[in-house]
Write a protein that binds this ligand. Sequence first.
Ligand code: FHN
Length: 485
Amino acid sequence: MQLTRRTFTTGLSTLLAAPAVLAQIEGEHIDTANRHPVPAVQDTETTAQHEARLAWWREARFGMFIHWGLYSIPAGTWNGQQIPGIGEWIMNRASIPVADYKALAQQFNPTGFSAEAIVSLAKNAGMKYIVITSKHHDGFAMFHSKADPFNIVTATPFKRDPLQELAHECRRQGIKLGFYYSQDQDWTAPGGAAYKTGDHQPPTYHWDKAQDGDFATYLRTKAIPQMKELLTQYGEFPAVIWFDTPTKDMTPELAGEIVALLNQHPRLIWNNRLGGGYKGDTETPEQYIPAQGYPGRDWESCMTMNDTWGYKSYDTNFKSTETLVRNLIDIASKGGNYLLNIGPDSHGVVPPAEVERLQQVGQWLAVNGAAIHGTLPTLFGAEAGSFSDTEKDKNGKPKFIPEWKWRSTTTPNRIYLSLFEWPADGVFRLPEISRVPRTITGAHLLADPARKPLKLSRTGDTLEVHLPPQAPDAIASVVVLETKA
Ligand code: FHN
């Protein structure tokens, strides 16, 4: 089944939804206006203010995305049929009537949910922030909302507010909390937008009369009041608001009404998916790592561990720990953040395959975190790969062919080299060393607490790092080059 967009704010490329090809928004294609009806913080702050606002986020490099909601009950199956596509889209993909979907709330009692366990999982994985779906496209609020009764406290036997519990734990354990909010699509509120799937018809692509209504009314009576709640009920949080899937309904004027609200929270960071021509703070490549990052822009690759964001009982196509660690290193080397998703089940329990991988990533970071957190991008660049002379990507541009031998990150007095391959002759060769505007004063392995010096030599413009026979880590071993300006 093909998934196409409803109407768009921008010239975004076609959205694909083969089971393993997930809905994707390519941040770099989002058009932004220079003049907005309501100026946003990005339009008015000084560069110094901007740097200060983004500082913690840039240092973080690694965060946890959580997609959790009522869709974890059907978990990919409706009326005995496995529904293709990402789990949190089941209502749309299976054309579930509003009343039937809303009825799921009566059986949502995720007593296995533990904010303490999830925040500990994130912390031990080396993640510095969490972004959770406070309301996804299904319109169900995972928090206590007085603005709309279709929420986890009012409409379920659970009666607890997981966002409140997460806020408490994040505060206690010292990590940041952000809220994803589907401001535009809402499939259970009259007037909420819906992207097209299957045979849903224009202009609304609704599949149930209960969805029909006026978008501005939806926005003013549900979305904006709920965002006000999110921005005021959780103390210093949210640190991030993560918008999603803007449509043409979100005019600059309507988006401006949201921006007026965001402006009351000057430390907030928000992404580029509000719509209405607002560029936000961060680019949001989804399910891919951009070839060269986004020079001059902050960015965050969001990715699933398997092929779904929301829990699907039969999706076991998990990426290996090796892939997850290498993705993190690749992203950091290009100056971005990695927002890696978990999808708790209907009991609130994180699937064991996800826990296991996060624990393993955490073990790597416990030794090698200095090469990731608080680092700057590579001083080199060619190591990431190159653009093909012959092959084209889906936009007809030269295709980027990544190389997976090594990556680099930096701090003012160090260069980190993360080696994916351990050289057979025991010598790692770093080319074009004269292009690095620093003096290299020494080298050691990050995994070596004794910091035993590694021998360095030079042949022509190549620096040679002489390594011990055994790689300290099977996934990626980090060489530290100590430098001075
Ligand atoms: O439609 C959503 C999808 O369900 C998921 O939330 C992702 C995460 O970035 N965003 C949208 C697709 O771009």
